[in-house]
Design a protein around this ligand. Structure first.
Ligand SMILES: Cc1cc2nc3c(=O)[nH]c(=O)nc-3n(C[C@H](O)[C@H](O)[C@H](O)COP(=O)(O)OP(=O)(O)OC[C@H]3O[C@@H](n4cnc5c(N)ncnc54)[C@H](O)[C@@H]3O)c2cc1C
Length: 191
């Protein structure tokens, strides 16, 4: 089978809640983004969430509500993107919603409204989505990027995902900082 070549800055596998949010945020940072999914439609699980009305966020959210090997990750993530950021997005799209017990927020009409927000934002920031796409192989390149082989409509494509030089440097510094914090804490929990 002939093999096509493609290059992108960010490659995301999974066009659902997590993948589409990543695509939007990377797109805002002017990255070329490609989202791949083997399903025939994006966000299928979003559509069934909250009994079809999606509990898209809660009024009260703290890092303590999350279970994680690294509790600091949730603190950091929640300080940079809060429930109010998502509520603002929902309001920007005029999606009607209501509060249920414990401050849970649900769409009045359909979880499809939430999926449509994510797809619209993804499109706004020029993220591309390829559905019906099988991942055949993933390999890490020496230069910090990934090389991924996909099959879409009986065609094999080799995609190169390359990190920019600045991101390589940020990654290196972050890893060094994490290692230093780990050894300060005594390094008792090896990953
Ligand atoms: C019945 C139900 C109700 C729920 N209700 C709520 C709710 O109201 N509120 C809430 O916050 N959460 C709810 N959840 C949980 C929520 O749906 C998940 O936390 C959320 O969907 C996770 O998003 P995700 O993007 O990480 O994963 P997923 O939604 O599972 O998406 C993963 C994507 O990756 C794709 N994929 C997987 N493997 C491959 C592969 N090898 N190649 C290519 N593509 C691949 C899949 O096709 C899929 O599109 C509910 C879950 C269920 C099952």
């Amino acid at each position: 089978m002939p093999e096509k070549q493609l290059a992108t800055d960010v490659l995301i596998i999974g066009a659902s809640a997590a993948g589409l949010m990543c695509a939007i945020e990377a797109g805002k940072r002017k990255r070329r983004v490609l989202v791949l999914d083997h399903a025939n439609k994006p966000g299928k699980k979003i559509l069934m969430s909250g009994g079809g009305r999606c509990n898209f966020t809660n009024y009260t959210i703290t890092a303590e509500n999350y279970i994680s090997h690294n509790p600091h990750f949730c603190k950091s993530a929640l300080s940079r993107f809060t429930q109010w950021d998502f509520i603002q997005l929902v309001e920007k799209y005029n999606i009607p919603y209501h509060e249920r017990e414990h401050g849970q927020l649900f769409c009045n009409e359909s979880a499809k409204d939430i999926l449509n927000i994510l797809l619209s934002e993804c499109q706004k920031y020029h993220g591309s989505i390829m559905l019906n796409t099988a991942i055949r192989n993933i390999a890490k390149n020496d230069d910090h990027g990934f090389s991924i082989q996909i099959e879409h409509e009986n065609e094999i494509t080799q995609i190169q995902e390359k990190m920019r030089q600045r991101e390589i440097e940020i990654k290196r510094l972050t890893e060094e900082k994490t290692a230093a914090e780990h050894s300060e804490r005594g390094g008792s929990h090896s990953s």
